[in-house]
Design a protein around this ligand. Structure first.
Ligand SMILES: Cc1cc2nc3c(=O)[nH]c(=O)nc-3n(C[C@H](O)[C@H](O)[C@H](O)COP(=O)(O)OP(=O)(O)OC[C@H]3O[C@@H](n4cnc5c(N)ncnc54)[C@H](O)[C@@H]3O)c2cc1C
Length: 504
């Protein structure tokens, strides 16, 4: 495939690569502003019934709608390989995710402002969340809502949190992630309603926005240092699309750095070793990979938690010296791992480390765009993460052992009953922890020269190329990234439209 120069098929003012959480919102807004937009998406449309079905979550795993990546074995997690499912379909990961919609924390955006300037602080983020969630002519509101029909299990979880002294929260929309309360979900009348339904599909109904599905971008094409378009493989042949104004990568935190590296933007020595010609030296492309880490305590019980999305969560700091909540806890039906033989009559309190210190990398295997990226998770390489998760397991154990769950006659199955010291719990964490499928940060945005994109999301060292997706997060957000990534797509449109109008 590489080196096959297809003919130019079509020219657009903007070429948006990837139609996930960010790409859907961005394509919608650029089209709405009157520009011609070509969306190039590697995946197919997906089965609409499956995408819409909130209980089908997980059924796409290993299908052609999943990039289905695997990490290298991670020594700190018992040498295990970690799975990275990623949506490969219209709507990207937003079409297959768990539908939990939580705005990032105020504290997260204060950290972003330190890295990338006040424009990325909490107040502008809040404004963008509000605009994103509201409807407007030609577009329904996103307006995520709490679960319509909660069960006694949800009440039991919240009661356990109240017993443990968690503050009751009606929403977390104000960016203060503490206490226990209700999530909002990209779910309406029993059907998924996320970025794909609210932004992408209405955009595709207009003449401004065209979709090229089943078309994987292999590299960005440059004229000198200026991005001119993209070269793709549509399954049979090479195809090229011209971008008269800009190419914007919205391929997600694993594929955007992969595509930059394939396009010659990365560490020059590494690129030349792999036979890729350097276009711009950018040593941090693919560095700074973060992910939320999750483990949990499992109880066998008289009954099981019914299937459904995560409707209630709790946030807490793992230790007195920690600023802000670094742990998120929630109730889950499925056992966390296959370590015990607990069946469906069970429940799990999962705990996730949402402000991890460990970082990993995304690299090229070689110059062949069809080879998956090489992922080093870095999980637990910072010992502080292990310590925090040990405290998380203790907290999960307290919650599941609370009075409010007694009616279900729970018996702890994992890690197992009896006292457990720090060392035993650390071993449990190492052998049970997994990623939460929330990769972020691999094309870091910053005000400094080493950052991959500048605060206007422009790739440093070249012209006409931006990245707008979860890869530009300078530091992780402490919630699932979907809401923040959509917000970022919204903000990216503001920046691109301002620049197009010569306002900057
Ligand atoms: C199983 C699962 C459950 C999750 N649950 C939640 C949750 O409940 N709440 C939450 O907040 N977050 C959740 N997430 C994470 C969240 O969905 C993602 O962080 C978010 O959707 C990322 O958005 P993105 O725009 O960065 O990338 P994506 O949404 O992944 O979009 C990237 C798009 O680019 C396309 N693409 C990639 N490479 C190319 C290429 N070379 N050429 C053409 N197209 C390309 C992909 O096919 C995809 O459509 C979950 C993720 C997964 C996988």
């Amino acid at each position: 495939v590489n080196g096959v120069a297809g003919r130019y098929e079509q020219a657009y003012e903007y070429v948006v690569v990837g139609s996930g959480s960010a790409g859907s919102v961005l394509a919608h807004r650029l089209g709405r502003a009157g520009y011609s937009v070509g969306v190039v998406e590697a995946g197919s449309r997906g089965e609409p019934g499956l995408v819409a079905d909130p209980l089908a979550y997980g059924r796409f795993r290993g299908t052609p709608c999943d990039w289905d990546y695997r990490s290298l074995p991670q020594a700190e997690t018992g040498g295990r390989v970690h799975a990275f499912p990623r949506g490969k379909l219209w709507g990207g990961s937003a079409s297959v995710n768990g539908m939990v919609y939580l705005r990032g924390a105020r504290m997260d955006f204060e950290a972003w402002a330190r890295e990338a300037g006040e424009e990325w602080g909490w107040e502008p983020a809040l404004r963008a969340f509000e605009e994103l969630e509201r409807g407007e002519p030609g577009r329904r509101a996103l307006e995520p809502e709490p679960l319509a029909a909660p069960s006694g299990w949800h009440e039991a979880f919240l009661a356990a949190c109240a017993q443990r002294g968690f503050m009751a929260r009606h929403t977390f929309d104000d960016g203060h992630l503490d206490g226990a309360g209700w999530t909002r979900l990209t779910l309406r009348s029993g059907r998924r309603r996320g970025a794909h339904e609210v932004f992408l599909l209405p955009a595709l109904a207009t003449p401004q926005v065209e979709m090229h599905g089943g078309c994987q971008v292999l590299r960005v094409l440059f004229d000198g240092q200026r991005a001119r378009g993209v070269e793709c493989w549509d399954g049979d042949r090479a195809v090229r699309f011209t971008a008269e104004r800009e190419v914007i990568l919205c391929c997600g935190a694993l594929n955007s750095p992969h595509l930059l590296l394939l396009s010659g933007i990365g560490e020059p020595d590494e690129l030349s070793r792999l036979g890729v010609k350097t276009v711009a030296a950018a040593p941090e492309v693919g560095a700074n990979l973060s992910d939320h880490l999750v483990t949990g305590v499992v109880w066998a019980a008289d009954q099981g938690v019914p299937a459904g999305p995560t409707a209630v969560v709790a946030f807490a700091p793992s230790a007195g010296h920690v600023t802000g909540s670094d742990l998120q806890l929630w109730l889950n039906r499925r056992r966390h791992s296959a370590r015990s033989d607990v069946g469906d009559d069970s429940f799990t309190i999962l705990c996730a480390l949402v402000r991890p210190a460990s970082r990993g990398t995304v690299r090229l295997a070689d110059g062949d765009a069809r080879r998956p990226p090489v992922i080093r998770t870095g999980y637990l390489t910072d010992k502080a993460d292990l310590d925090a998760l040990v405290q998380g397991v203790r907290l999960a154990r307290e919650l599941g052992g609370a009075e409010s769950f007694r009616w279900a006659h729970p018996v702890e199955a994992e890690p197992g009953p009896g006292p457990a010291g720090d060392d035993e719990l650390a071993t449990f964490v190492r052998t049970s922890v997994s990623g939460q499928h929330h990769p972020m940060g691999t094309c870091r945005m910053g005000g400094d020269d080493r950052s991959v994109v500048d605060p206007r999301l422009r790739v440093r060292g070249v012209e006409g190329l931006r990245v707008a997706d979860a890869s530009v997060f300078p530091t992780p957000v402490a919630t699932g990234p979907d809401a923040t990534t959509q917000m970022l797509g919204w903000r990216a449109a503001d920046l691109i439209l301002q620049d197009a109008a010569g306002h900057h």
